[in-house]
Design a binder for this molecule. Sequence first.
Ligand SMILES: Cc1cc2nc3c(=O)[nH]c(=O)nc-3n(C[C@H](O)[C@H](O)[C@H](O)COP(=O)(O)OP(=O)(O)OC[C@H]3O[C@@H](n4cnc5c(N)ncnc54)[C@H](O)[C@@H]3O)c2cc1C
Length: 290
Amino acid sequence: MGLKIIVLAKQVPDTRNVGKDAMKADGTVNRAALPAIFNPEDLNALEQALRLKEKYKGSTVTVLTMGPGRAADIIREGLFRGADDGYLLTDRAFAGSDTLATSYAISCAVRKIKSFDLILAGRQAIDGDTAQVGPQVAEKLNLPQITYAEEILKAEKGKILVKRRLERGVETVEGPLPCVVTVNGSAAPCRPRAAKLLMKYKHAKTMSEKQSQSEDYIDMSADRPYLNIAEWSVNDVETDDKWLGLAGSPTKVKKIENVVFQAKESKVLSGSDKDIEELMKELILNHTIG
Ligand SMILES: Cc1cc2nc3c(=O)[nH]c(=O)nc-3n(C[C@H](O)[C@H](O)[C@H](O)COP(=O)(O)OP(=O)(O)OC[C@H]3O[C@@H](n4cnc5c(N)ncnc54)[C@H](O)[C@@H]3O)c2cc1C
């Protein structure tokens, strides 16, 4: 029997290009100043979903993203690579969310999607780097979770078998379905876009995108429902305002710095007890640790 898989994917600023305009005065990211990309580990998660779709006939893959209007690109990217559909959760009320508010909004959207067997997320996003959203979504939906997944070996008869990549080796665990799995960057890379899917979905748009286009586009998507990307605002999902956006976010990022090390600032250590002891003393003295 087919699986209904939701992939949580985030559009992130390409942090390889962080410049001085990267942060706004309120400590949130100035996304307009940075190129936007599909969060790398979310592509690993998408690949795992697509492999399950191939293995279990009748499966579907849905991409769910929360972000500004331009995050619809993430859904199109998912469709070009083999996803079936997607939801863009977008509203000013979600702006400035920390992980708590992000996972709250995402879990409300998943509740609205209602029917699913598996939620896949990347291990972490390259901008916030917290790795909290996947596990928090699991907690909020009261679902079991498996983290650091490198390969999903099986998902059948109400059970999932997952190979996890840990610091000192691998571990294979079994869990019940439905559940949340967060996927590591060490998992298989995502397949490229398929030319046929690119042609099929290149005009897939959200309602807001269509409203800014000519009427021909609107007519075209009326005959071809797969060209409609679902767009949900805060009014489309059941939420409590006090848990949303900046108001629902206890974390405030004070500032970020772009640290570029110079050759003269690096130190080569031998690994001997003496070198390690000196390093520890230095780190304690300059308050890096302790
Ligand atoms: C420099 C910096 C530091 C930050 N530090 C903190 C902090 O210490 N504490 C804090 O609470 N917030 C912090 N934030 C805010 C945080 O980036 C956002 O709250 C973000 O929406 C979610 O956290 P994350 O990026 O760390 O995601 P992670 O928890 O690293 O993401 C894990 C996975 O969850 C899924 N996911 C995450 N966001 C979305 C989304 N919008 N749509 C769909 N799927 C998603 C993806 O699959 C992703 O791979 C920080 C932001 C910045 C820019």
